[in-house]
Ligand binder design. Structure first.
Ligand SMILES: [Cu+2]
Length: 147
């Protein structure tokens, strides 16, 4: 009995940790492990209520959500150039965002919050967006395949 109570209390402790909101950092870089003009890490899987801090590690980048590539009912965001921006994601689904001046170079990133319920919509939009990339054409497809 004593052992069982101990086990239950450990479980409660674990659950309370896993539901508390976490913070994540994404760097905006001229050069990263995925090549030039990248968000790092570019693919994040987080929990509902988590906060993402986009860091202006290198200048002349921003983070802006892409209309039609975020879950229905979720709020768009648009960070200023060369500035940190923090967003809290309270709607489940897949979010794709871009660096506005470097969209052509496929400077994009993906965040999955909970269930990827809108993945089909996002993948369809991604196949269109891909046509606007002049370099790194497969980058977004590759990111989405990691979800
Ligand atoms: Cu950029």
């Amino acid at each position: 009995m004593k052992y069982l109570i101990k086990l239950i209390s450990i479980n409660i402790l674990f659950i309370s940790f896993s539901i508390s909101a976490a913070e994540h950092e994404v760097k905006m870089l001229n050069m990263g492990t995925d090549g030039t003009m990248v968000f790092e890490p570019a693919v994040l899987k987080v929990n509902k209520g988590d906060t993402i801090h986009f860091k202006a590690t290198d200048m002349m980048h921003n983070s802006e959500s892409i209309t039609g590539m975020i879950p229905a009912g979720a709020e768009n965001w648009s960070g200023a150039m060369s500035a940190d921006v923090s967003i809290t994601l309270n709607t489940e689904g897949v979010y794709v965002y871009k660096c506005t001046p470097h969209t052509m170079m496929a400077m994009v990133g993906v965040i999955q919050v909970g269930n990827a319920s809108n993945i089909d919509t996002v993948k369809a939009a991604a196949s269109t967006l891909k046509n606007s990339f002049v370099v790194n054409k497969e980058r977004l497809t590759q990111y989405l395949s990691q979800l």
